[in-house]
Design a protein around this ligand. Structure first.
Ligand code: CP
Ligand code: NVA
Length: 313
């Protein structure tokens, strides 16, 4: 049986099998090639996508909006000041109204529970465009970027440096586990991956041949790394924790020494962006030859378009 994702939501990535992720990556690759011909399509003609943003976004908004609109679809941007989302109207009720009027919903915001409630009640596909806990569409773009660089995913070693229990790290850990990769979370114990998710990923790894581990020691994590990945030290919604985070995370900054510690010249640097240069990564590494951040940002669009095509057509 071939993969069929029609009607599916994307909430954490845990709910997608390795084969389904493989399918999305292959589709994204084909769509990227197609995009180079600047062809304008009509795949989403007559369809509407509601995009709810409680938090700011550049890449995710642009990727969903342009991928949908260039194929004739109508994306609608909704901020919490525009609609009654959990204020005066419950999330369940908003979901049911949206589901009667649109073909799909993207949600970016705080609580994972909100996107899950939307999915439970809307009756149309719901995509998680980032919550406090997960950022699954980012992980898809990251897998695509890694595969473009190394030709495959299996056995590729990714070290995530810094806040290893944030949304981006959580989704990457799941993605690496699903695709048979080696994932090392490297950061302070106070920000180690949550036990439950870590154990879930260890279980997935048993089936896929992936290796998932955590260490607080960069010297232990970095040797042999193919990808060094980092993200901001203070995520959206955590403002106020800055001073505490700087103290905890300074030893995990990605700099020239970090890249040298991999012992490989072929190691690439990745970051979901936006980046605070001079903090989690030096200007030198960010702008250097090993950095793939712009390919990674572009791949958000191709992977999101693949998700839309696979789940809506
Ligand atoms: N990486 C990412 O999600 O970027 P935005 O916050 O700009 O959407
Ligand atoms: N961890 C970051 C990711 C931004 C794309 C945040 O949540 O702010």
């Amino acid at each position: 049986m071939g993969v069929n994702l029609k009607g599916r939501s994307l909430l954490t990535l845990l709910e997608y099998s390795s084969e389904e992720i493989r399918y999305l990556l292959d589709l994204a690759k084909a769509l990227k090639m197609e995009s180079r011909s600047k062809r304008v399509g009509k795949r989403f003609e007559g369809k509407t996508l509601a995009m709810i943003f409680e938090k700011r976004s550049t890449r995710t908004r642009l990727a969903f909006e342009t991928a949908f609109a260039e194929e004739g679809g109508h994306p609608i941007f909704l901020s919490p000041t525009d609609i009654h989302l959990g204020v005066k109207e419950s999330i369940e009720d908003t979901a049911r109204v949206l589901g009667r009027m649109v073909d799909a919903i993207m949600f970016r915001g705080y609580r994972q529970e909100t996107v899950e409630t939307l999915a439970r009640y809307a009756g149309v596909p719901v995509y998680n465009g980032l919550t406090d806990e997960f950022h699954p569409t980012q992980a898809l773009a990251d897998l695509m970027t890694i595969e473009e660089n190394f030709g495959s995913l299996r056995g590729v070693k990714l070290v995530f440096m810094g806040d290893t229990r944030n949304n981006v790290a959580n989704s990457l850990m799941i993605a690496c586990a699903k695709m048979g990769m080696t994932y090392v979370a490297c950061g302070p114990r106070e920000l180690a991956p949550k036990k439950e998710l870590f154990e879930t990923c260890l279980e997935i790894a048993k089936e896929t041949g992936a290796t998932i581990s955590y260490t607080s020691e960069p010297e232990e994590a970095l040797p042999g790394a193919d990808v060094v990945y980092t993200d901001v030290w203070v995520s959206m919604g955590e403002e106020g924790k800055e001073a505490e985070r700087i103290t905890l995370l300074e030893p995990y900054q990605v700099n020239r020494k970090t890249m040298e510690m991999t012992g490989k010249r072929t190691t690439i640097f990745m970051h979901c962006l936006p980046a605070v240069k001079g903090r989690e990564v030096t200007h030198e590494v960010f702008e250097g030859k090993q950095s793939r951040v712009w390919d990674e940002a572009e791949n958000r669009k191709h992977t999101i378009k693949a998700l839309l095509v696979a789940t809506l057509l």
